[in-house]
Design a protein around this ligand. Structure first.
Ligand code: HEC
Length: 251
């Protein structure tokens, strides 16, 4: 019986752990909507490296500035590159969908909800698993989104990754050392400006921002949850005292 439950649990886990489709194992992260410095760094990365192609058009600059604690003038000066945009505008993008299709084979989708649709782990792993592939138009491919139309726009930060697997299973481990046998590594000849640890942190911040964007009320909701619990505890104390009062004469 115990074994059956364990098998069931493990098979469920493997469903969770592998991305839909590609079968590549996903790196797990726990996003934190209350970590404002991380969200601010993520917003800066997003505006600098992603907003040229993607929109987050269900979100306004003003709301992001207010939620993340960024003063409006700093937001407009440093994070909004469309000089005609106003603080109250939606975070749209001027690239025509038809042009984008010709350039990339697919239009860059709106990213407001992507963290909800794909999951935080998927987006995080996606941003970390671009690797060199001369057969693709941009010279890169992606492990969780095979044959993706997006170029590796963060190569200057991460460097160029090489795939040492050649189709082998990336989760396979050496039985003696327990180390994975193959995987993605940055080419020592073409390093980026960040170390792998710094790049991981930057991608965490970026996904944290996209997760916030998909669910801007999450931080408030969690805080409200705490107040509700405190209220219920207080209510319980008073109800209990009241009950004692009522039953005092009966016993
Ligand atoms: C040069 C244009 C360009 C830039 C810059 C760019 N992307 Fe993309 N992105 C694309 C295109 C094109 C696609 C669609 C690829 C496809 O469908 O094959 C895409 C797809 C994606 C997807 C997959 C969406 C889905 O659910 O299918 C994610 C996530 C994504 N981009 C995130 C980012 C992030 C984060 C950045 C900033 C670091 C960024 N992109 C910068 C062009 C771009």
């Amino acid at each position: 019986m115990k074994k059956t439950i364990l098998t069931l649990l493990l098979s469920f886990y493997s469903v969770l752990a592998f991305s839909a489709g590609s079968g590549y194992p996903l790196d797990k992260i726990e996003t934190d909507p209350s970590d404002k410095p991380s969200l601010q760094r993520g917003a800066a990365l997003y505006q600098n490296y992603c907003s040229g192609c993607h929109s987050t058009e269900f979100q306004r600059y003003e709301r992001v500035a207010d939620d993340l604690g960024i003063p409006h003038d700093l937001m407009m000066e440093n994070l909004v590159f469309n000089k005609d945009a106003k603080i109250g505008d939606l975070m749209t993008n001027a690239m025509a969908k038809e042009d984008a299709k010709v350039w990339f084979g697919a239009a860059p989708p709106d990213l407001t909800m992507v963290a909800r649709v794909r999951g935080d782990d998927w987006v995080y792993t996606y941003l970390k698993t671009f690797y060199e592939d001369p057969k693709r138009p941009w010279g890169v491919n992606n492990k969780v989104f095979p044959d993706v139309g997006m170029p590796h726009v963060l190569a200057e930060l991460q460097g160029v990754q090489l795939d040492s697997c050649n189709g082998e299973d990336p989760t396979k481990r050496d039985p003696l050392t327990g180390q994975t046998i193959c995987g993605l590594t940055v080419d020592p000849e073409r390093k980026g400006s960040m170390t792998p640890a710094e790049y991981d942190q930057a991608m965490y911040d970026l996904v944290n921002f996209l997760a916030y964007s998909a669910e801007p009320m999450k931080a408030q909701r969690q805080q409200l949850g705490i107040y509700v619990m405190l209220f219920l505890v207080l209510l319980f104390i008073f109800t209990f005292l009241l009950k004692r009062e009522y039953w005092k004469d009966v016993h």
